[in-house]
Design a protein around this ligand. Structure first.
Ligand code: SF4
Length: 329
């Protein structure tokens, strides 16, 4: 049994979990909103500890990290549990399998050695919200870093500042799944009442921990494609993460209206000053925003950093927002 770490207990035995922004209050026997943390007389237990939902080797680009160790293989790991109620209804990794034979166990200490054996330069937590697997993810980041692997998280950003600060010393990159920029969008697509905390925690990750961040937004027509909200989203990326932060704008569902919304959003991103705005079409190259030289080519899954040397454009010398070393932030 693994006890949750970032918790407090008051004198009357009430326990508080500070892994994600729900900040649940639990009594013995209560289950947190994530469905994977349970109050007990000894503390809050992490029922999902050591149980993985997925483990696969893939290009880092598959996780919408396109300016981060380009052309590298990563070991992608996932666990069980989401922080958002809508994800628990629709997502694949919400519920720990009931049957023991369906439960796959992998100690976090083994992940780094798997990555080394499979010639992966890094490890990414890619399936399920990392906050609700805080203890496992922390150990995974620590041991992967000790093995000189780069580390990254795919996250909704709904973790607390305390959880982020525990990850920060060992964390290189974040692929942020930003669902929109308005109350209605977050109520519909995440089921949470207040989403603003995500912005503060991600700004802290960038500004304090110097994490490399790329933002992905999946558009749903009539839900999160309001041009005014998207302009505010772009302004926030500019002000809090930086104009070189890649923004990946993808269709969240099929249909001509959503496709048109993606085109409009990408235009808003460019007009708002973002230097790297990507869509869903294949073979998108990365272009230098100053001299227009091709920096990274992407051709049917082949990624080649052709115009970059030591983090700058080889044609004009422009310094790029690109992470290629675990030693430089
Ligand atoms: S991880 Fe989040 S949802 Fe789960 S118990 Fe902790 S605060 Fe609640």
């Amino acid at each position: 049994m693994e006890l949750a770490r970032i918790t407090t207990t008051t004198e009357n035995g009430t326990m508080h979990c500070s892994a994600c922004q729900w900040r649940c209050t639990l009594q013995p026997g209560d289950t947190g909103r994530c469905l994977v943390r349970v109050g007990s007389t000894e503390g809050i237990t992490a029922e999902n500890y050591g149980l993985i939902s997925a483990a696969l080797v893939a290009p880092i680009e598959d996780y919408r990290l396109w300016h981060f160790f380009p052309d590298s293989l990563v070991l992608a790991i996932g666990g069980w549990g989401y922080a958002f109620p809508v994800d628990q209804q629709r997502g694949t990794y919400a519920h720990i399998p009931m049957l023991e034979e369906k439960r796959r166990r992998l100690p976090p200490e083994r992940v780094a050695s798997f990555a080394l054996e499979r010639l992966c330069r890094g490890v990414v937590w890619a399936y399920g919200e990392p906050a609700v697997s805080h203890e496992y993810v922390l150990r995974l980041l620590q041991t992967s870093r000790a093995a000189s692997r780069y580390t990254a998280l795919v996250t909704t950003g709904y973790l607390t500042a305390e959880a982020l600060d525990s990850f920060g010393p060992y964390l290189d990159g974040i692929s942020l799944d930003l669902r929109g920029f308005g109350d209605t969008a977050y109520a519909r697509l995440a089921g949470i009442p207040d989403w603003h905390g995500i912005l503060g925690v991600m700004a802290w990750a960038r500004q304090h921990w110097r994490c490399h961040i790329e933002v992905t937004t999946r558009l749903h027509h009539g839900v999160n494609d309001d041009p005014r909200e998207l302009r505010s989203l772009v302004d926030w990326i500019n002000a809090s993460l930086g104009e070189q932060t890649p923004w990946h704008v993808l269709p969240g569902d099929a249909g001509a209206e959503t496709a048109a919304a993606v085109v409009r959003a990408r235009r808003i991103g460019h007009e708002g000053g973002l230097q790297f705005v990507y869509g869903s079409e294949p073979n998108q190259n990365t272009i230098c925003p100053v001299c227009q030289a091709v920096l990274i080519t992407r051709d049917n899954g082949l990624v080649s950093p052709v115009g970059i040397s030591d983090g700058v454009c080889t044609n004009c010398g422009h310094k790029l927002y690109l992470r290629t070393s675990i030693f430089k932030r």
